[in-house]
Structure formats: C-alpha cells, structure tokens
Design a protein around this ligand. Structure first.
Ligand SMILES: C[S@@+](CC[C@H](N)C(=O)[O-])C[C@H]1O[C@@H](n2cnc3c(N)ncnc32)[C@H](O)[C@@H]1O
Length: 257
C-alpha cells in the first residue's frame, strides 16, 4: 500500500506530471521525465527485446510502454490503485474522458525517426496490452490471485520507493518483483533517488529516500547482474514544492539463471 494516506494516483497524478510534455521538453524541472522517456526509447526502440512484458506499478501512465508496444506480443500493466487502473482501462477502451497520450506517441515516434501514424502505434499498444491487473509488490506473488508464466521483461518506474515504508520492505518488494522474471530475463527499472515526498494534487505522497548503491545492491541480492545504469542528478533548487528528488536512476539488468 502507498505510504502517507490516500494519494490520488489516477487522473490527478496525470494532471500533475503528464499534461505538460511540451513544456517539459524545454524545462530543467522536466529533465528527469525526459531522461526517463529517452531511456525507455533507448532500451526498447531498437527491437532488442520482445516477447512478454509486465509493467509493475504502472499507475495511470502508458509512456513507459509506448516504445515496447512495437515489439511485444503481450504487455500486462499493473497497479495497486484502482483509480490508476481505471485511467488505463479508459484509454484502452477509447473512452471519451480518457487521458490524451497523443503528444507522447508523437514524441516516441520522433525519437524513432518513424513516419508511422500516431493512431497506428496507439492501435499496436491497445492490441499488445492483454490485461490491466491489480498488483501489490509486498505480496510474494505481486499479481495474486492471478498467476502468470514468468515474463521476458519486467519494467517498473517510480513504484517501489512509493510503495515501501522502509528499506526492508523495499528489498522484499524487489525480491517479489524478481519472481515475475524468467531466468535470463531483463528488468528495466526507474527510481527516484533521495526523495522523501512527491506532491500530487495537493496530497503529499511519502517516498522512501534511497541511494543508487542501495538500489543496485538490492537488485543484486534478488539475483540480477549485468547492470547498465544511468544516473541523472536533479537540478539545484531553492525550494522543493513538488518533490525533493535528488536524482533519477535508470537501469537494465539480467536475472540470473
Ligand atoms: C509515482 S507512481 C508511478 C506510476 C508510473 N509507473 C510512472 O512511471 O509514472 C507510483 C505508483 O505505485 C503504485 N503503488 C503504491 N503501492 C503499491 C504496491 N504496494 N504495489 C504496487 N503498486 C503500488 C501507486 O498506486 C502508484 O500508481
């Protein structure tokens, strides 16, 4: 469960962080999210990975699987929060009140240098997403009561530090997530470093402040190796209204086996 009370992870989260793509492209504060999207493009855009993918703690967002949708036959999105899952389902069903991800699709297509139409890529993503499921990273099987065959790729962005009250819970959550990966499978992970909070629609979500070394060691302990890590420090700020994040860690690693 998210710490710090009921955080509005549905539409409010999107409104707080995802309606400003154009501004983010030219704004230092948005640099972290741009680096994260470039990372997902670098990992998935070239087609090095394919098969089945599960995204853990998807929240209400699809930006993290737009590149992957070109190559994966099955994508499972997951989150603890019902409002977040409802946002995902609204977009999948083309509900008229669904969030508009068009500018994100265009952004990824531009990164790919692709002339594919936005609607065609949207259709690919809608076809690839086979399920949006409840998940709790604190359960030994995070998708309980559903059980899936282990996945080729597990992605998770900015979830575990929001879900975990302390380091022991974080480490356990990572171990739980690792069970979803095939031996030899890949984890694609994004996390805030050093953040204690994040403000969403006026509600303060408590985050677990962690360091790069702790995160990498935790994944090593959970059976991952061959890390490819990127760290982007946050710009210096006078005050932190939205978050006191110190940097963003992005990495891929392989599950042993
Ligand atoms: C900061 S949001 C990240 C959303 C999205 N992945 C992104 O990159 O923007 C954190 C998400 O973690 C989810 N979460 C919190 N506790 C969780 C838990 N125990 N298991 C799974 N997800 C959880 C929240 O519901 C929320 O959607």
């Amino acid at each position: 469960m998210a710490t710090g009370g009921k955080v509005p992870w549905g539409r409010e989260y999107l409104n707080e962080f995802f309606i400003t793509l154009d501004a983010d492209i030219n704004n230092e504060e948005g640099e972290g999210s741009m680096k994260t999207m470039e990372f997902f493009h670098d990992v998935f855009g070239g087609g090095s990975y394919s098969g089945r993918l599960i995204d853990i703690g998807s929240g209400s967002t699809f930006y993290q699987v737009i590149s992957a949708s070109k190559f994966f036959s099955e994508i499972v999105c997951s989150d603890y929060d019902k409002d977040a899952r409802t946002e995902l389902e609204k977009w999948l069903k083309k509900d008229k009140n669904a969030f508009d991800w068009t500018s994100y699709f265009q952004y990824y297509l531009d990164l790919e240098g692709s002339s594919e139409k936005i609607e065609d890529r949207e259709q690919k993503l809608r076809q690839a997403v086979k399920a949006v499921v409840h998940c709790d990273v604190h359960q030994p099987n995070p998708t309980y009561p559903l059980t899936f065959e282990p996945f080729d790729v597990v992605t998770s962005a900015f979830c575990v530090e929001a879900a975990s009250p302390d380091r022991a819970a974080y480490a356990k959550a990572v171990a739980n997530i690792s069970t979803l990966s095939k031996p030899g499978g890949t984890i694609v992970f994004a996390t805030y470093i050093g953040a204690t909070f994040c403000n969403i629609g006026g509600v303060k979500a408590k985050l677990l402040p962690i360091e790069v070394e702790f995160v990498v060691q935790t994944f090593k302990d959970a059976g991952f190796s061959d890390f490819n890590t990127f760290f982007y420090p946050s710009p210096e700020r006078e005050e932190s209204k939205i978050t006191d994040v110190k940097g963003i860690l992005l990495f891929t690693a392989k599950k042993s086996g």
